[in-house]
Write a protein that binds this ligand. Structure first.
Ligand code: RBZ
Ligand code: NIO
Length: 338
């Protein structure tokens, strides 16, 4: 037996080069220039088409099987009053998702996007990160990363990542602070509606968690010690999607914290991700600035569940439809620029 780390496979995924898709990108760019519209007039939609081609290697790009995956988990730290809601909401929201009655069900329904919801043992909270490690071992953490690989089953060709987990804006903040620097106050926000002295306490709880891991720089160890199951699963999904050429749409602050973990392994390992929206959770903008990414939408949303991702996926579907469905000037007999 060797003492090979259970994280090794995930480290290898994060380090691997993506296939060369330059030909698909060039073909997309050439086609875009011939479509019946003034050059550049579809703005960022044109960049989205090119991004799809660069991730999938397909030209013209198509979005036929988009899916939002929601990972649900419970957090020991939620018992510290860091959320406006109790952890019992997690199992209750799982039932609500199953009944098709949550916000994410409606948005996916409106846009024809598939939805999978995974219960990552919501009855068993992870350790309270202010005091103990979230996961008992590297092996447990790796198992949850591996569970995230399931997200790209069903031949998904556009993957939206969402989550449900009372207390998880605290966990996301702890990961951002430990990896990107700054204090609990820099990364704490209202989440479900925490304000005033409760928000100050939330910042202190984040500081306690970060102090416990002072000096630790390995992103996967940080995930084990101050992370959570839904964030680990989203990190695993990001890595799996990259290795299979599946474009990923990252939702809000909590989903972005999973991207922060992967980015810390290798900045290029999130080059297949697009950021759906700027969440109203204040630190989300800070996290995206650190990643050097610009979100597609800014609708003042702060729900999670993949709702921002689903909205952006509607837009991405439309971008691909324009690119592949529009006639060229020659096909339509439309005069080009004078
Ligand atoms: C009914 C309800 C539905 C939700 N759907 C997503 N969240 C969001 O709120 C939680 C994070 O905020 P905090 O860290 O303040 O607990 C996560 O479950 C997130 O997905 C919800 C929260 C509630 C209460
Ligand atoms: O942006 C998010 O991911 C978010 C914000 C508030 C509550 N839950 C999630």
């Amino acid at each position: 037996m060797t003492d090979r780390s259970p994280f090794e496979d995930f480290r290898a995924l994060a380090r691997a080069d993506r296939p060369d898709t330059a030909a698909a990108v060039a073909a997309t760019r050439a086609r875009e220039a011939q479509l019946t519209k003034p050059a550049g007039s579809l703005g960022r939609l044109e960049a989205i088409s090119e991004w799809l081609a660069s991730v999938t290697g397909r030209a013209p790009p198509a979005v036929d099987r988009p899916r939002v995956v929601v990972f649900a988990a419970s957090h020991g730290v939620a018992d510290r009053g860091v959320s406006a809601f109790p952890s019992s909401v997690n199992a209750q929201m799982l039932a609500n998702f199953r009944e098709g009655k949550a916000a994410i069900n409606q948005i996916c329904g409106a846009y024809g996007i598939g939805l999978s919801v995974f219960d990552l043992a919501v009855d068993v909270p992870t350790g309270d990160i202010a005091e103990v490690d979230a996961f008992a071992s590297e092996r447990d953490t790796a198992a949850t990363l591996a569970f995230g690989l399931e997200a790209i089953a069903n031949n998904v060709d556009l993957l939206g990542l969402g989550e449900m987990g009372i207390g998880n804006t605290t966990v996301a903040a702890a990961l951002c602070a430990a990896i990107l620097g700054g204090s609990g106050a820099d990364w704490a926000g209202p989440g479900t509606g925490v304000t005033g002295s409760a928000l100050a306490r939330k910042a202190e709880v984040i500081d306690l968690a970060v102090a416990r891991v002072a000096g630790e720089t390995d992103p996967f160890i940080l995930l084990q010690r101050i992370g959570g199951r839904e964030i680990a699963a989203m990190a695993g999904a990001i890595l799996a999607a990259r290795s299979q050429g599946v474009p990923v749409v990252v939702d809000g602050y909590v989903a972005t914290s999973a991207a922060v973990v992967v980015h810390a392994m290798n900045p290029a390992a999130i080059d297949h991700c697009i950021f759906a929206h700027r969440s109203a959770e204040p630190a989300h903008a800070r996290a995206m600035a650190a990643l050097g990414v610009e979100p597609l939408l800014d609708l003042g949303m702060r729900l999670g569940e993949g709702t921002g991702a689903a909205l952006a996926m509607g837009l991405i579907k439309a971008a691909a439809a324009c690119h592949s469905g529009m006639a060229t000037f020659a096909e339509a007999g439309v005069d080009g620029p004078a």
